[in-house]
Each structure stands twice: as C-alpha cells, then as structure tokens.
Design a binder for this molecule. Structure first.
Ligand code: BTN
Length: 254
C-alpha cells in the first residue's frame, strides 16, 4: 500500500534493475522530455556518482538510489539551494519512517549519530538565464549491514543504526512527501527564508565550535546555522559573523 501523498512529485516513476547512475539516466530522460516531478529509481548502480568526482558505493538492492527531475522556471543561480532543501526532506523522511534522529551536516549530508547515511548530488542543464532541467540525486543507505574499512568510520546505514531492516518504499515515499512540501515553500521566496528555521533545528553541531577550511586559510568559530541563501553563519571570536559558502569549503565540528 502506497503512502505517497504527493500531488505532482513521483506521479511518473522510472524504475530500473540496473543503470550506471540514476542521475545520468534522469538527465537522459529529462532531455527526452520526461515531465517535471518524474522520479528515477534503480536497484543497482554500476557507476554511482558522488560529489567532487568521487564514486558512490551502491550495493545492489540495499539502498534508495533515486533521482528527481525538475523543470522549474526560476533562475539557475537558485538551483544550489535545492540541495539543502532535499537534505531537510530526507532527514525528515528518515525520522518519520524509522524513528532515528537523523540530522543534517551542512550543507547537504544527512547523518545519524554523526555518520553519513545519505548523500545528495544536484546536477543542472541550463543557459545563463534559463534552466532546462535539474536532477537531484540522493543515495540513502537503508539495509546495508556493514561498509568497507575505508569508509566504515564515516558511513552508516539505517539498518546499522536501528539494528533492523526497513521497507525502502516506505522511506522513499516519506522523503518524496516532504520534498514536495519543502519545494513549494522554497518556490514562494526562491530562497530558504521559509525553511531555514526548520533546517537549523536539524543541523548537527549548531551553536558548537566548527573549523572552517577554505583555500585561502582556516579559522574556528561557533556555528549559528544557515541564512536564507543557505550560507553557514560562523561567529568568530570578535563576535562578527562570517558567511561560509558551500563549494570549496569544508567545515568540521571540533
Ligand atoms: C555525495 O555525498 O558525494 C553525493 C552522493 C550522491 C549519490 C546518489 S545515489 C543516486 C544518485 N545517482 C548518482 O549517481 N548519485 C546520486
């Protein structure tokens, strides 16, 4: 029985056994005319993609490897904020479906007990002033009982954290329900004004010390959460607020 309560998101679902990457498949489908709100799922990804050219470990049948196709009318510069919108939707969907206390590691990793349970990769095809399509890919580790040594310190799954397995459909449906709501709030202002407070409630390490590592140098401060553009506000020792842009920066709790 489906718990999908959306009006437009996931009305068309493309489900595969095997693809290289659901993001790649979604981009092709979008080029070929797939409608706004289409969802692409696959049991297996042979070449799942992470951010910064990394690969995403996607064992068969154990995770939600999913990409959303959006064809919005706003300007391309708004698109990066959607990754933060999605992080909120995933964290809330996981909370509802599992009871686990999922949180967000700025800007867009979803964590449980400080370990990463979901990664998000947004890709866009656009001109300067026109978006053809956006693909938001999200990988949620659901029923995975262990990770290779290299990533076991930082990666986890819902199964590992709850000590039981979950229905992947139940988790995915709740994430989609949340994303439709969150996206509609985002579209009212085309920024995160309407979402930043609920995002910040889930932000791990808020009001704690963080270390910001930028190409031009490092500094420490207190994380005060995001502003309406999705930048992280870091309070320095002299009480001034530094805005940290996602991108070339890494922020670590200390
Ligand atoms: C990251 O944290 O580096 C982002 C990982 C994104 C992984 C998902 S899995 C579904 C979708 N298809 C891909 O190839 N990547 C994203």
């Amino acid at each position: 029985e489906s718990r999908l309560k959306t009006r437009w998101l996931g009305k068309k679902v493309y489900a595969y056994d095997t693809v290289d990457s659901t993001n790649n498949r979604a981009k092709q489908l979008a080029m070929d005319g797939a409608e706004n709100g289409s969802v692409v799922l696959s049991e297996i990804q042979t070449a799942g993609k992470g951010r910064r050219g990394r690969t995403w470990c996607s064992p068969p049948g154990s995770g939600i490897w999913m990409s959303l196709i959006l064809k919005p009318e706003f300007m391309p510069e708004c698109a990066p904020m959607l990754t933060l919108v999605m992080a909120h939707s995933v964290a809330m969907g996981i909370r509802e479906a599992t009871g686990l206390e999922a949180g967000i590691k700025w800007p867009n990793d979803v964590v449980v007990n400080r370990k990463k349970v979901c990664g998000i990769l947004t890709e866009m095809s656009a001109e300067v002033d026109y978006i053809h399509h956006i693909v938001i890919g999200c990988g949620i580790n659901v029923n995975i009982d262990g990770f290779p040594d290299e990533i076991a310190q930082t990666a986890t799954s819902l199964q590992i954290e709850a000590d039981r397995t979950f229905s992947r459909a139940a988790v995915a449906e709740r994430v989609l329900n949340w994303f439709e709501k969150d996206y509609e709030i985002f579209q009212k202002d085309l920024d995160l004004s309407g979402l930043k407070d609920i995002y910040n409630e889930l932000l791990v390490g808020k009001d704690g010390m963080v270390r910001v590592m930028e190409p031009k140098g490092e500094y420490s401060g207190i994380s005060r959460g995001i502003d309406e553009r999705g930048e992280l506000l870091v309070e320095k020792e002299d009480k001034t607020l530094q805005k940290v842009y996602a991108g070339e920066v890494s922020v670590r709790g200390i």
